[in-house]
Design a protein around this ligand. Structure first.
Ligand SMILES: [Zn+2]
Length: 108
């Protein structure tokens, strides 16, 4: 027996409309393995959209603020390495929360 899945737009799936980060849940932005769950990726995507589109003083911006705090607090970092360039030293930065670890610092 096949269970029919409800579709918001008949004949399409959410994956058809999703950004690359949601369609490919095993790969990071540079094509590297990345195992951040689809649920977490959706939350980051939602936070990003709210950060850009929510109006100052709105409830949506308050939700974005608290969601960002939660996501940063619970982030399982996916670090990317960057070589020193100009005045910026070698470092690693999380793809999702932007946490930075400078070369020579210990990871936290
Ligand atoms: Zn992170």
């Amino acid at each position: 027996m096949t269970t029919e899945v409800w579709r918001a737009v008949p004949g399409t799936t959410w994956q058809d409309r999703a950004s690359q980060m949601l369609r490919d849940t095993l790969t990071g932005p540079r094509g590297e393995p990345c195992f951040v769950t689809t649920d977490r990726r959706w939350l980051w995507r939602l936070e990003n959209i709210l950060a850009v589109d929510a109006r100052t003083g709105s409830r949506l911006l308050e939700v974005q603020r608290d969601l960002m705090e939660y996501l940063r607090e619970t982030c399982e970092h996916h670090m990317q390495s960057y070589a020193a360039s100009g005045d910026i030293g070698a470092h690693q930065q999380c793809t999702f929360c932007n946490h930075v670890i400078w070369a020579g610092e210990e990871a936290s």
